[in-house]
Ligand binder design. Structure first.
Ligand code: ADP
Length: 180
């Protein structure tokens, strides 16, 4: 039985991550979506919040579980009895980084394979950083993340709420359309 982990920061989970998770679940018997507890970068969401958002967004995948981890990713793979680490590849920049990460992980654990899946073209430039930045400026991020994630972003960023009847939100006196 092939078991994989899909590790990352997921701050927060977005449609590019979900696409990779969907495809990993079609390839592997079991997938563990592993949220890195303490990456060396500033996070918007707490570990518990990232966990809850990921669980909600991935609930449709029966062969996927969501967990958090600290320490080495290869140790997370071993603890979860996984043979494979899955990552998503968007572009050449990701390739350079993932190539290095693959080498490092192979040095640490020859028994764990590093598997990169090319991202869906629809999400080729989508990153959690852009999602947060555009959301914070009131831009339309409807197609980038599930509604629950967008709602969590609005709350976290203290943005005005969407009017469910008119589908409009107001921000600092101006109004713009919000499409569901
Ligand atoms: P990291 O784990 O490097 O901190 P993320 O948590 O944002 O970064 O991403 C986790 C994984 O998802 C990485 O393998 C990353 O390349 C991949 N990923 C990020 N954005 C996308 C996207 N738009 N499409 C497909 N995969 C993506």
């Amino acid at each position: 039985m092939a078991r994989a982990i899909y590790p990352g920061t997921f701050d927060p989970i977005h449609n590019g991550h979900i696409d990779i998770a969907n495809r990993a679940c079609a390839i592997f018997d079991e997938v563990v979506f592993a949220i890195y507890d303490a990456p060396p970068k500033k996070l918007l969401f707490t570990t518990e919040e990232r966990l809850a958002l990921a669980r909600g967004a991935l609930a449709h995948l029966p062969n996927l579980s969501v967990t958090t981890y600290v320490g080495l990713t290869v140790e997370c793979a071993r603890q979860n009895k996984a043979d494979v680490i899955v990552r998503g590849l968007r572009n050449v920049t990701d390739f350079e980084y993932e190539h290095q990460m693959g080498w490092v992980n192979h040095q640490l654990a020859q028994d764990v394979e590093y598997c990169c899946l090319f991202c869906n073209g629809d999400y080729a430039y989508l990153s959690a950083t852009f999602l947060k930045e555009v959301a914070s400026l009131g831009g339309d991020t409807t197609h980038w993340a599930p509604p629950a994630v967008l709602q969590a972003l609005r709350e976290k960023l203290n943005l005005p709420q969407v009017d469910p009847n008119t589908h409009t939100i107001s921000r600092k006196g101006s109004k713009f359309a919000y499409r569901d």
